[in-house]
Design a binder for this molecule. Sequence first.
Ligand SMILES: NC(=O)c1ccc[n+]([C@@H]2O[C@H](COP(=O)([O-])OP(=O)(O)OC[C@H]3O[C@@H](n4cnc5c(N)ncnc54)[C@H](O)[C@@H]3O)[C@@H](O)[C@H]2O)c1
Length: 258
Amino acid sequence: MVEFASKVVLVTGAASGVGAGTAKAFAKHGTRLCLVDRDEENLAKTETECKNVGAEKVLAIVADLTKDEDLKRVMQKTIEEFSELNILLNIAGICLNAPIEIASFKDFDDTYNINVRAPLFLTQLAIPFLEKTKGSIVNISSIASKEYADASQMIYCMSKSSVDHFTKIAALELAKKGIRINAVNPAFMKTNIFQSWLNSAEDAEELVQGRAKLVPLGRKNVKVDDVINAIMFLASDRAKMITGTCLFVDGARHLTGI
Ligand SMILES: NC(=O)c1ccc[n+]([C@@H]2O[C@H](COP(=O)([O-])OP(=O)(O)OC[C@H]3O[C@@H](n4cnc5c(N)ncnc54)[C@H](O)[C@@H]3O)[C@@H](O)[C@H]2O)c1
């Protein structure tokens, strides 16, 4: 995709999983990248990998996107370094094990602050720059936003419903500025996001195997690469008439209602 060469792409959650993979995929197209995460050590690894595979330039910013001053600093540094922005990818997120009877105020705030508040306000900060480039935004939602309901993931499911709705409402609002905004809604992928509520390697393997059985298409889990392909499509000019869409990458899992 020659069209991505030299484009300025801001990726949140770039230290791990979908964010790290997406950053590297864009780097291969010669993009200028701003990589953001709170995990300094792994962010540095992604930075090096992106440079090695062909990024034109890489700026890594260690930031906690639940903090107002960090959100503002990220946008300020991006523009200071690159003078423009073409693509914003809101990928950072957390998933806590917090069913209704044990969920805490903190669980709720922690989840909403990164999964909903950060994408919303990073988008707001990006508007003037994306308007100039007629750029686009991709939010990472989840199948958890829809029919699928997992009691242990109550707050996460709610937060991802908010991401879908935010995507649609912002699409209507930003269309007049020529900015597109879409979401990608993946089913379960084997990444680090679930580590905090797994007790052992056996737990992890059970989760991976169990989730795979629930995917109608092939009874196998979605791969990070499947999601990266969807992100790159929505961010590209091939999707120039697509905005306000939630694209499910889930082998029809969300249609099963479980
Ligand atoms: N893995 C799945 O099964 C799955 C399924 C559907 C949707 N998603 C979504 O995909 C996105 C990426 O998740 P992943 O699976 O790659 O998980 P991951 O844990 O591998 O990556 C998430 C990244 O976000 C970063 N992050 C979390 N809180 C942050 C904060 N306050 N400030 C800055 N960075 C922060 C983490 O440090 C981490 O590097 C998330 O939005 C997640 O909800 C994941």
